[in-house]
Design a protein around this ligand. Structure first.
Ligand SMILES: Cc1ncc(C[n+]2csc(CCOP(=O)(O)OP(=O)(O)O)c2C)c(N)n1
Length: 363
């Protein structure tokens, strides 16, 4: 473990490999990913954007209770999954549904929580995706625990633990970093700094030079990356995963991105930020820049682009069909999973509900 603070410092500017106009940016530390990895990322970006659009539409149709969109953050969603092996784990937040789908979870199962049906609609072990965490940063400790256990068993597992800028103010974030560093736990803490925690802007969240600097106090190496540049994300996150797997301990990566849409459908961003602030970020869209780069090098043609758009359309169709089906909710589930042995109070409450429902059926 290094005690040299300079080696833990992030770069002064976020790493960028493809600029917003689609031009490559030479970088001393990283080459561009190979073309196949970029084309694969492009296909996943198209699906992630379509997923966000369809989920927003399903909210308007009353089919989803709430949707925290990752529109504009799709490069982060795609890259943090693409750098993982099958045996690795992803620990996502409520904003990371697109990442969960990129990992291979069925989109309808991925949205079960946000539909309000169940804590997790998918089997976490099947694709090694932990249930989406709504409480901020609590899952970072669970992620460290899973990674620590894997290391003790001698498995080569790396855990990708995702959180937002706001979550870095939570005590759990700091405890997770400290434990992970002391025990050299193979975790990549991936902060999607989208500039806002609901209405709280970054300047009100922290006085640190960057969120990646927060690792230094714990002995965790930090790096900063352009969160709208999937090429840079693949390289920086890929290097972090490699280091964690090699036994170099936890890594901290901060992606600079922007929450283009509202926090959720229950939020009105017009009350705390101006449209002028949003406009420049639209010009930094993660999909446009990669598409310009790929087309300029004959790595993407019309036919391939249409094929990826069709795949994304099939994903949206699956969401519409699956989420338009009524689910058979059983009120007893409310009580069944609270304690192994229900308390007298719970039994009493369940009887009250049963009684009310039976009277409704009669009238
Ligand atoms: C422990 C905890 N406190 C407060 C909240 C309420 N809350 C939900 S989202 C949110 C903002 C989180 O912002 P950030 O971590 O930047 O993630 P983003 O939503 O921008 O992806 C807050 C305060 C919560 N979910 N959990």
């Amino acid at each position: 473990m290094t005690r040299d603070a300079a080696l833990l410092l992030p770069s002064t500017e976020p790493v960028t490999l493809i600029d917003p106009d689609g031009h490559p940016v030479p970088h001393v530390g990283h080459d561009l990913p190979d073309p196949q990895a970029l084309v694969r990322a492009y296909a996943a970006l198209i699906s992630a954007r379509r997923f966000n659009d369809q989920a927003n539409a399903l909210v308007r149709q009353g089919r989803l209770a709430v949707y925290p969109s990752s529109h504009g953050q799709e490069a982060c969603q795609v890259a943090c999954v693409q750098v993982l092996d099958d045996g690795d784990w992803l620990f996502p937040t409520y904003r990371d549904s697109a990442a969960i789908v990129a990992r291979g979870v069925d989109p309808v199962q991925a949205l079960t929580l946000l539909r309000g049906d169940w804590h997790s609609g998918y089997d976490p072990h099947a694709t090694r995706v932990a249930p989406q965490a709504t409480p901020l940063a609590t899952h970072l400790l669970h992620a460290v625990g899973v990674a620590h256990a894997a290391r003790l068993r001698g498995e080569p597992t790396v855990v990708m633990a995702v959180c937002g800028d706001g979550a870095t103010s939570e005590g759990d974030f700091h405890e997770a970093l400290n434990f992970a560093a002391v025990f050299r736990t193979p975790v990549v803490f991936f902060i999607q700094n989208n500039e806002y925690a609901i209405s709280v802007p970054l300047a009100r969240q922290t006085a640190a030079p960057s969120l990646a600097h927060k690792g230094i106090g714990y002995g965790v190496a930090g790096e900063r990356v352009d969160g709208n540049d999937v090429a840079a994300l693949l390289k920086v996150l890929g290097a972090a995963v490699t280091r964690a797997r090699a036994g170099e301990g936890p890594q901290l990566v901060e992606a600079h991105t922007y929450r283009v849409q509202a926090h959720t459908n229950a939020d009105d961003p017009g009350r705390y930020r101006s449209a002028d602030e949003v406009t420049p970020w639209l010009a930094r869209d993660p999909i446009t820049r990669l598409e310009t780069y790929l087309r300029g090098r004959d790595l993407l043609d019309e036919q391939n682009a249409r094929g990826y758009a069709e795949q994304a359309e099939q994903l949206a169709e699956r969401m519409r069909t699956g989420l338009n089906e009524e689910t058979a909710a059983d009120y007893r589930d409310l009580f069944a999973h609270v304690y192994a042995q229900p308390t007298p109070q719970l039994r009493e409450q369940q009887a009250l509900v049963a009684d009310e429902l039976s009277r409704e059926e009669v009238s």
